[in-house]
Design a protein around this ligand. Structure first.
Ligand SMILES: *Cc1c(COP(=O)(O)O)cnc(C)c1O
Length: 336
């Protein structure tokens, strides 16, 4: 099976499994898991922060960040199709009584700071208190421009907002820009990053922030049921992923471009090259054709999400040879 639905489908390789098998562990709830401690130390350093906390998922890492930055009745401003608004079950509102204020992203994935400004609520008891701005990088495969990060930081300072990054794919962004990940992370008060996507670990995310923020975060994580015991077994996979699988994300980006080029030769399939910046290829077919195409591909052992507009995500378990088979199968479909 060639699974192009997401980079979350990656499976731990033999070496990663061995490292996990042999991981030194302890009770992390009492702070005694050496592998968790090392993962947190390593990630904090990599992203240039004082402290870090392992979380079982990116959703929990983001939720804990929101809960740590905002009090009940506070508001966060966030992209309309950002993960922290659209794809986390409304957790911030349900579990934190934090009010979301979504707005449409610009085509480059940024939130227009003038529009954000107009959404900040005045200090008046009719309104929730705007506390936090959330960005995402990469966002739908796009890398936020570096100057935008500088501007967003200055904007948040001026407007007394905190700034959180959903950096589920921050390493795709840093690799695409050929910079250190901390050059992106340094503009934020907190950053979450996923170990279980293109990096290939089976489970986990890490939240980084100040010591004070991470202290709060640990209490929230406990309340959410995310305090885990001998979690070093999974952290070992994450640590291995961070040390071995970051630079190779460049291969996924190159594969996405190769795939896009191959697919663009096919009549009836429209590849959106403007959205191609990292490991996601977006394409469209005629209305109603997507599900048929997905079923056709499935018979050829290729899995994609059905839809007239769909994405193909390259990752650790997609080889250059696979691209040829994928292009061939797409080419055989009748788009008329
Ligand atoms: C995947 C993802 C997350 C978190 O996902 P989990 O599946 O909970 O680890 C958060 N933000 C973005 C942008 C993501 O793609």
């Amino acid at each position: 099976m060639i699974d192009l639905r997401s980079d979350t489908v990656t499976k731990p390789c033999a070496t990663m499994r061995k490292v996990m098998f042999e991981a030194e562990v302890g009770d992390d709830v009492t702070g005694d898991d050496p592998t968790i401690n090392e993962l947190e130390r390593y990630t904090a350093e990599l992203l240039g922060f004082e402290a870090a906390m392992f979380a079982p998922s990116g959703v929990q890492a983001n939720l804990v960040a929101l809960l740590s930055h905002c009090q009940r009745g506070d508001e966060y401003i966030v992209g309309q199709t950002a993960h922290t608004y659209l794809f986390e079950g409304g957790g911030a509102a349900v579990l934190g009584s934090i009010v979301p204020q979504p707005l449409d992203q610009e085509v480059d994935g940024t939130l227009d700071l003038n529009k954000v400004k107009s959404l900040i609520k005045p200090d008046d008891y009719h309104f929730a208190q705007t506390r936090l701005l959330c960005l995402e990088n990469t966002t739908w495969g796009k890398v936020l421009p570096m100057q935008y990060l500088v501007d967003a930081r200055a904007f948040c300072n001026e407007n007394k907002l905190k700034l959180h990054l959903d950096g589920a794919r921050i390493f795709n962004a840093s690799v695409a820009m050929n910079i250190e990940p901390r050059e992106i992370a340094k503009h934020f008060d907190s950053v979450s990053c996923c170990l279980s996507k293109g990096l290939g670990a089976p489970v986990g995310s890490v939240l980084v922030g100040s010591k004070a923020l991470i202290k709060d975060a640990r209490r929230w994580r406990k309340m959410l049921g995310g305090g885990m015991r001998q979690a070093g077994i999974v952290a070992a996979g994450g640590l291995y992923a961070l040390k071995n699988n970051v630079e190779r994300l460049a291969d996924d980006h190159a594969n996405a471009r190769t795939l896009a080029n191959k697919l663009s030769d096919i009549e009836g399939l429209n590849v959106d090259f403007d959205r191609l910046q990292t490991n996601m290829v977006f394409a469209t077919v005629k209305p109603g054709q997507g599900p048929k195409l997905a079923a056709f591909l499935k018979e050829r052992d290729i899995i994609v999400y059905p839809g007239d507009e769909f994405r193909l995500v390259t990752h650790l378990d997609i080889s250059t040879d696979d691209l040829e088979s994928v292009a061939k199968a797409f080419g055989e479909f009748d788009y008329s």
